[in-house]
Unconditional design. Structure first.
Length: 123
């Protein structure tokens, strides 16, 4: 009986210690992609609303898996970018985050030895 109580107490303590950490885990925002996936004009058959929603849902699923891998500053900036102009897009959000991450990984000078074409230098 004592062992059962000890195990139950340890399990409760373990849950209590991990619950705040799980609650503090950053969450992917809920975006309304309806305006993004809705054709502007009913005669516009170029936009497949069902396919657009599937692509947006796939992008959200990918974000759920990778969200904690991106910095809080990048998440904040990219959420603002992806919701700008009254439309929201998970595709834009993940693209922004991936670009910020990839640019941060580039070496500072990237080995450039010459100036871009048309740029005058003081050599």
């Amino acid at each position: 009986m004592t062992n059962l109580r000890t195990i139950a107490a340890a399990a409760s303590l373990g849950l209590a210690l991990t619950a705040p950490a799980l609650a503090a885990e950053p969450q992917v925002p809920r975006l309304d992609v309806t305006p993004t996936c809705r054709p502007l004009d009913k005669s516009d058959m170029m936009l497949d609303e069902k396919r657009c929603r599937q692509i947006e849902n796939d992008a959200r699923d990918q974000l759920v898996r990778q969200w904690a891998d991106f910095s809080a500053a990048d998440r904040t900036l990219c959420i603002q970018t992806a919701t700008m102009g009254g439309t929201a897009s998970y595709v834009e959000l993940i693209t922004c985050l991936e670009m910020k991450r990839d640019v941060a990984k580039l070496p500072a000078d990237r080995g450039l030895r010459t100036a871009p074409t048309g740029l005058k230098t003081n050599r």
